[in-house]
Design a protein around this ligand. Structure first.
Ligand SMILES: Cc1cc2nc3c(=O)[nH]c(=O)nc-3n(C[C@H](O)[C@H](O)[C@H](O)COP(=O)(O)O)c2cc1C
Length: 399
């Protein structure tokens, strides 16, 4: 069966959970490694008050024994510390008196899930029924599952990193990032940008937006290196790796565009400047550029896999946009509730997790195996088959 992920949980419910099914047996999980990803997701200047309450930690409730995966589905849980303050609002079995005392949200926020969700699920009487699940708090579960995928990928020599490459309209990099660009993004820096010397300027821009009741979007870059060539396929449209990456990344809340490699810029270039010459390399073949971003014809080509995600500004505004009160039909200002001013740095960590899931799924599809040892053996045999014809980055580490 393919690697599958399903998440459940509401923003202010008891917990977020992820069921990750298809991880082979025998993967040694590092709990701190998963918690590190969860805390990276919480980090970033411009987040709202919620992040001060939560201290995300993973509980592995199934699929693991003695730190080793069993080959059965993993159940990962992240508690919501804020649940204590919301248990009456979110009570799954609330009695009528409790329900009657609740404040109802009825003025949908433009740009959020509220109105479309109210229509679709008949939740107009209280938009909380929509926003609790639409909220990006859900991504804590995706990041935990992505962290497991990362650990599987790391055992196969694949690493992933990210950085903020634009914020609030300020571009910090012309074109797609490389691994070397992203190495400048420091996890401890307030905004995890690829330009540490401009962090102070951007922190000031976030603070100015906060004072003005505004919010800011931006662009994150994610690069995976060590990806074996041959993941994905052109044989069936839905197997194409670029399509699968785009789906997983676009499915991150507030991401409105995805580019692979120089996907945006290449559309304006002549062909001779858009493609990557194939040249002999040390112990294999290499490319003298990477405009394709590591994918050709829906298949990884062994070069760095480069993805950019474009995040719109947060929709919850302290100076709300015009809306309509669904209870009365009268004009109203959209609802406001504690919110982030910007979450672009966190978005980078979530996109890393989305990329990790897709790569782990494609890796397992190609090399399979019930155990991690089987997977490694199949990968090793493939390396031998590619031999000196293979890409340099795969057959011999770049010096
Ligand atoms: C890390 C992260 C944090 C977010 N925080 C907020 C927030 O505090 N307030 C808000 O209105 N939207 C926030 N969003 C965006 C909304 O979840 C998103 O806009 C909404 O679910 C509607 O989905 P769409 O923008 O993809 O159409 C956040 C998104 C991410 C990725």
């Amino acid at each position: 069966m393919p690697l599958e992920l399903i998440t459940a949980g509401e923003s202010h419910g008891r917990e977020l959970v992820a069921v990750l099914s298809g991880i082979p047996a025998g993967l040694r999980l590092d709990r701190e490694g998963i918690d590190r990803e969860l805390s990276r997701r919480q980090h970033g200047h411009g987040r709202g008050g919620r992040q001060k309450i939560e201290r995300d930690r993973v509980e592995v409730r199934a699929g693991l024994r003695d730190s080793l995966t069993l080959g059965s589905p993993l159940l990962l849980a992240i508690a919501n510390r804020d649940w204590e303050n919301w248990s009456a609002v979110m009570d799954p079995w609330a009695v009528d008196a409790v329900k009657a005392a609740r404040r109802r949200l009825t003025a949908p926020r433009p740009g959020h899930a509220d109105l479309a969700g109210a229509w679709k699920y008949d939740h107009a009487a209280d938009l909380r029924n929509v926003l609790e699940r639409a909220s990006a708090r859900e991504t804590a579960a995706r990041v935990a599952a992505g962290a497991v995928c990362r650990q599987l990928l790391a055992s196969c020599g694949v690493e992933i990193r990210s950085g903020v490459v634009a914020l609030g309209g300020v571009e910090l990099l012309a074109g797609p990032p490389s691994w070397a660009d992203l190495e400048r993004a420091d996890d401890a820096a307030p905004l995890r940008t690829v330009a540490p010397d401009r962090e102070a300027e951007l922190v000031a821009a976030v603070d100015a937006a906060r004072h003005a009741g505004e919010t800011l979007g931006g662009v994150v870059g994610v690069v995976a290196r060590g990806v074996p060539p041959g993941l994905g396929s052109y044989a069936r449209w839905e197997e194409r790796l670029d399509g699968r990456l785009a789906q997983a990344v676009m499915a991150v809340q507030a991401v409105k565009a995805v580019a692979i490699g120089a996907g945006l810029e290449a559309a304006a270039r002549p062909g001779s400047q858009a493609h990557d010459p194939i040249v002999p390399g040390r112990g294999g073949l290499r490319r003298s550029s990477n405009h394709a971003g590591g994918v050709e014809a829906g298949i990884s080509n062994g070069e760095e896999l480069v993805v950019r995600a474009f995040m719109k500004p947060i929709a919850t505004l302290r100076e709300p946009l015009p809306s309509v009160d669904l209870a009365t039909g009268a004009a109203a200002r959209a609802a406001y509730e504690r919110s982030d001013v910007t979450a672009v740095p966190a978005c980078g960590v979530i996109v890393e997790a989305a990329v990790a899931f897709v790569l782990a799924q494609a890796l397992l599809e190609k090399f399979g195996g019930d155990t991690v040892a089987d997977l490694h053996a199949a990968l090793g045999a493939y390396r031998v088959r590619l031999g000196s014809l293979g890409p340099e980055g795969f057959t011999a580490p770049r010096g």
